[in-house]
Design a protein around this ligand. Structure first.
Ligand code: NG6
Ligand code: CA
Length: 501
């Protein structure tokens, strides 16, 4: 871990506190910068997220490490850039564990410092030691429990990928012995009735692109699967299942310091929230899913209140990457979006090099420590959460751990508005971008400029791109030719950081 500035422990009196603060990281999926009312959304109301912002610090220039889930979460949980490791692209549901058991994670950091740790919700970083060979009917041999998480209750990948079951402590939750599970990412399984064989009248959601392999709960998925029986999730209950397990975890561990990584399925596709939310928002299912996410946040904060833990718990709320409307299902997200801007004032979205791909909501609340209702313009990256939490714990990371994470606790808890000097982020074609407070450089790459299926501008170009983010936050005017020295400087940093990759 690299330390920034003069962050000696004597400057941070709170690290010597007798009572260790609990830490909850709430990580939404594909939730855009503009999808939250305190970030300017008007067609959706997110009172519980807004309440966290009112009680803490809300960042306007915070970034994820990559504009898709797997590499983004890899960077956030290990403090190492995903571009250093080849197999960090969007993972299949039968991918083997991408973080190796020997690699240090945020969970290890907490565990080493006397915390009880949990990962609940969406995982998407592979499980099991061997791709395609997980024992879904017994025990999966490598799990987040090998990465410092004492407790795990997870979807292996995403809601649109098989297997459509939760895995608790390495075993399928509610396992149904009468319906043994088979999974294939190669071809349909024997006797499997697939999406394409299913009559339209039996579909809850139609695919718009992809998502036409297995059919489970009336929804097409990526990958083939048979069996599962009563263990199969119902999409309308996913948020409830995740939330109930999170609340239960809080009940069980209220008397000891805990770290909970709570990764919601909302607002990823397929969007099919519970009846309590479905059909309620003018923006359709995507709006309903945002409301459902906000509900989860409210459940967690209410539980902390009930247990008397509000004051001694730091909550970090963020998203894994920028937003997308049509991500493969006909859920009317593009048709009903109206003047709502999921990516706020920024260009691009999920997958892309443009700012809406990596700029995400980021809110930190720690009563008595974070200032209230503060808006921070500090440049911040999720890669630095690990180093900053190490500072919080007054802990030193092992020498080879979190090689890219920088200790920026003061910025993260709103004690200073001064952020990091630069942030690097990776796009879905693995090209890199680098941001400073003023500039944004996009590395030349061969990708397509527009992903038609999802209607997202990627920002990929064979030309070097430089944008002045203060004058042109919408990245409309490439000024690379006008500022060759800035380009050279940013390229130099990128080269240094990505040497040997
Ligand atoms: C894409 C999927 C998309 C989503 C994404 C991963 C298709 C056509 N599209 O390949 O629906 O699952 O992967 O999203 O299959 S992420 O947020 O988990 O990175
Ligand atoms: Ca995502």
């Amino acid at each position: 871990m690299r330390r920034i500035g003069l962050l000696s422990t004597t400057l941070l009196p709170f690290v010597a506190m007798a009572q260790k603060p609990n830490v909850i990281m709430i990580v939404a999926d594909d939730l855009g910068y503009g999808d939250i009312s305190c970030y300017g959304a008007t067609r959706i109301n997110t009172p519980n997220v807004d309440d966290l912002a009112r009680r803490g610090v809300r960042f306007t220039d915070a970034h994820c490490v990559a504009s898709t889930s797997t590499p983004s979460r890899y960077g956030m949980l290990t403090g190492m850039y995903p571009f250093r490791k080849p197999n960090t692209n969007i993972a299949a549901g039968d991918a083997s564990m991408i973080i190796s058991p020997g690699q240090y994670t945020i969970a290890d950091l907490f565990k080493d410092n006397g915390y009880y740790t949990a990962a609940i919700g969406k995982w998407h970083l592979g499980i099991g030691s061997t791709q395609g060979a997980q024992d879904w009917n017994g025990i999966v041999d490598q799990t987040p429990n090998d990465l410092g998480f004492d407790y795990s209750y997870l979807m292996a990948a995403t809601a649109d990928r098989v297997p459509c079951v939760f895995i608790e402590q390495g075993r399928v939750a509610n396992y149904d012995a009468s319906a043994s599970i088979r999974v294939s990412y190669q071809k349909p399984l024997e006797g499997e009735i697939t999406y394409t064989m299913t009559p339209e009248s039996e579909l809850k959601l139609k695919s718009s692109h992809g998502h036409n392999n297995a059919i489970i709960n009336g929804i097409g998925r990526i990958g083939y699967m048979t069996g599962g029986g009563k263990a199969l999730w119902k999409d309308e209950n996913i948020a409830d299942s995740i939330t109930v397990h999170a609340l239960d975890f809080l009940d069980r561990h209220k008397d000891e310091p805990f770290f909970m990584y709570l990764a919601t399925n909302d607002v990823h596709v397929p969007r099919y929230p519970h009846d309590r939310f479905r059909g309620k928002n003018a923006m359709g299912l995507r709006g309903d899913a945002i409301a459902q996410f906000d509900w989860t946040v409210g459940q967690v904060t209410a539980k902390l209140q009930e247990l008397g833990l509000t004051d001694n718990t730091m909550i970090i709320l963020t998203s894994d990457n920028g937003p997308v409307l049509d991500d493969g299902y006909q859920d009317q997200a593009p048709e009903l979006v109206g003047d709502h801007r999921p990516g706020g004032h920024m260009r691009g979205g999920k997958y892309s090099s443009f700012e809406a791909g990596s700029t995400i909501p980021f809110i930190v609340t720690w009563p008595g420590h974070t200032p209230q209702n503060k808006v921070s313009k500090a440049l911040f990256s999720q890669i630095d959460i690990m180093g900053s939490l190490a500072q919080l714990l007054n802990a030193k990371l092992p020498a080879d751990a979190g090689i890219d994470t920088r200790g920026t606790l003061k910025a993260m808890i709103g004690k200073t508005g001064k952020g990091v000097q630069y942030n690097i982020s990776m796009s879905s074609n693995r090209s890199l971008t680098i941001r400073t407070a003023r500039w944004k450089y996009i590395q030349p790459s061969n990708g397509i400029p527009l992903m038609k299926a999802v209607n997202i501008e990627t920002g990929y170009s064979q030309q070097e791109q430089l944008y002045d983010m203060t004058a042109d936050p919408g990245e409309n005017t490439n000024v690379a030719v006008r500022y060759p020295k800035v380009v050279a400087k940013l390229k130099q940093i990128l080269q240094k950081e990505s040497a040997g990759r």
